[in-house]
Design a protein around this ligand. Structure first.
Ligand SMILES: [Fe+2]
Ligand SMILES: [Fe+2]
Length: 164
């Protein structure tokens, strides 16, 4: 994936400072997978979603895609440490992320659906209803799988040199 400097600048403009808030700083402290923070994860999903939309000319609204992708995991807790909803995190966190985001920002229906449906088909009845929501639903799975594989590699590396 290669985005141009102009595209990166465009993405930052479209985020309207969402990535510079106190909550975004908190997301840097929560671990998503391995050593990847929730912030790093959502930024990966933003960049890959934008890239896929542009390069494949899918025609999703860039602004909604970027904002929805950034907020898709706005649940604001460390899911490895929470008693609840830790085990059921996968199912519950889109709803929590949506509530958190709606308390702070005016979201379009497309942005709301991006957040609510990103775990589909796990969340059976919360279905992606736009191109942007389908893109985020797909890129979230790609990024999560990549992060999980990297985590396993890291663990194997540690084990092979006698750690853990
Ligand atoms: Fe998620
Ligand atoms: Fe995610």
């Amino acid at each position: 994936m290669k985005l141009t400097m102009t595209e990166i600048f465009e993405i930052k403009e479209l985020l309207y400072g969402l990535h510079r808030t106190e909550e975004a700083a908190r997301m840097k402290r929560y671990i998503q997978h391995g050593a990847i923070s929730t912030y790093d994860h959502v930024v990966s999903v933003v960049l890959l979603s934008f890239y896929i939309n542009r390069r494949f000319h899918l025609g999703a609204s860039d602004a909604e895609l970027v904002r929805g992708a950034f907020l898709h995991d706005f649940y604001l807790y460390d899911w490895h440490q929470n008693g609840y909803p830790g085990r059921l995190h996968g199912y519950h966190h889109p709803k929590i992320a949506l509530e958190n985001a709606m308390q702070r920002y005016a979201l379009t229906p497309v942005e709301q659906n991006i957040i609510a449906s990103h775990m589909w088909p796990l969340t059976l009845f919360r279905i992606p209803k736009s191109r942007a929501a389908f893109i985020v639903c797909l890129t979230d799975k790609i990024c999560s799988s990549y992060e999980t594989v990297m985590q396993r590699k890291q663990r194997r590396r540690k084990e092979s040199c006698g750690f853990e």
